[in-house]
Ligand binder design. Structure first.
Ligand SMILES: Nc1ncnc2c1ncn2[C@@H]1O[C@H](COP(=O)(O)OP(=O)(O)OP(=O)(O)O)[C@@H](O)[C@H]1O
Ligand SMILES: [Mg+2]
Length: 314
């Protein structure tokens, strides 16, 4: 549905986006993840036809976003980083205005406005002037505006920014419900957002792609070992020695240090589940087994690792 080929954007001598390529399949939700200044907004502006690239091209629904701009844009809705809203219009008037621009006709437009208002939970302030809405409320009007034409492709630049926790959860629900029906690119630097809503992630740093993968694979790729955290009550040295003696255990590191509450990270070869062996080893010796859980690298750690690496490992 979307194909980005060797996209580069210079601001003066500075390459904000530097030769990036990726594809988004129809119905897929792709996360676009990167630290501040990585080039997310720049890429999205090019993708939506707001700005030409310095080189490279973007194909959306079979149309070149620049050569065939009008046709391509018919397929796209865009929620920009800062939503350009008319502050002297009510949300309802504004959505009606957007609906007209997007060529939704009369009755259909009205029904559709009600529908997206429900979906983005803005019904209660639909007739208030946008200038008098809170930041989070405006953000939701912005999302409603993007959903309104029921577009094939949605480009959402930090859609949950400025929302309260409950609204964040609900907005993610709305986005997740688009899967299969719409193709979505969503930028964020909130990692849980990516694992909760996206099937695949593009990680971008300083204008270059450093990884493209599923959230799960990214986590696995970074791990290199299967690790179980074990919480034990017992004599530290003896416990450590006993755990180390288990075949297939490659390393044991002590983490917690309270005498009543020792915590060890136990590494094994990948794919070996040692939990039962660990449990029986501890229990047989009469020590107290207080907890046992597989430890995973968080997506945060993956992210930090990827964006701090010198050489990009695409
Ligand atoms: N109009 C512009 N003129 C010059 N430089 C710009 C312009 N817009 C962005 N930049 C620079 O390009 C780089 C990428 O900016 P961009 O807005 O794409 O980042 P981003 O990934 O969206 O960051 P954030 O998470 O902060 O929104 C930054 O270094 C920024 O300073
Ligand atoms: Mg941005």
């Amino acid at each position: 549905m979307i194909s980005v080929e060797h996209l580069t954007k210079y601001y003066g001598p500075f390459a904000a986006v530097n030769d990036i390529s990726f594809e988004v399949a129809e119905g897929e939700i792709l996360g676009f993840l990167g630290p501040n200044g990585a080039g997310k907004t720049t890429t999205m502006r090019i993708l939506t036809g707001y700005m030409p690239p310095s080189s490279g091209r973007v194909i959306v629904a079979g149309c070149d976003i620049f050569k065939d701009s009008l046709e391509a844009r018919r397929h796209i809705s865009y929620l920009p980083e800062t939503v350009p809203l008319y502050t002297d219009m009510s949300a309802r008037t504004y959505l009606d205005f957007v609906g007209k621009i997007r060529a939704l006709d009369g009755r259909k437009r009205k029904a559709r406005i009600e529908e997206v208002a429900e979906e983005t939970q803005i019904t209660e302030f639909m007739d208030k002037l946008i200038g008098k809405l809170s930041k989070g409320q405006r953000q939701r009007v912005g999302l409603a505006q993007a959903l309104l034409p029921d577009p094939d492709v949605l480009v959402l630049d930090e859609p949950t920014i400025g929302l309260d926790p409950r609204q964040i959860v609900e907005t993610r629900e709305v986005i997740r419900s688009l899967r299969g029906r719409h193709t979505v690119i969503l930028s964020t630097h909130i990692l849980p957002e990516v694992s909760m809503t996206c099937e695949r992630v593009v990680i971008i740093n300083r204008g270059k792609i450093v990884a493209i993968d599923t959230p799960e694979n990214l986590q696995r790729r970074m791990q290199g070992a299967d690790t179980v955290d074990v919480e034990v009550r017992g004599p530290a040295e003896a416990v450590q020695a006993a755990l180390k003696a288990i075949p297939q255990v490659t390393d044991v590191r002590q983490r917690g240090n309270a005498p009543d509450n020792l915590v060890f990270s136990v590494d094994s070869e990948i794919g070996v589940d040692l939990r039962e062996r660990l449990a029986s080893t501890i229990v047989e010796r009469g020590w107290g087994l207080r907890g046992l859980r597989p430890s995973t690298v968080s997506l945060e750690e993956v992210f930090v690792q990827l964006v701090t690496e010198e050489a990009p490992a695409a």
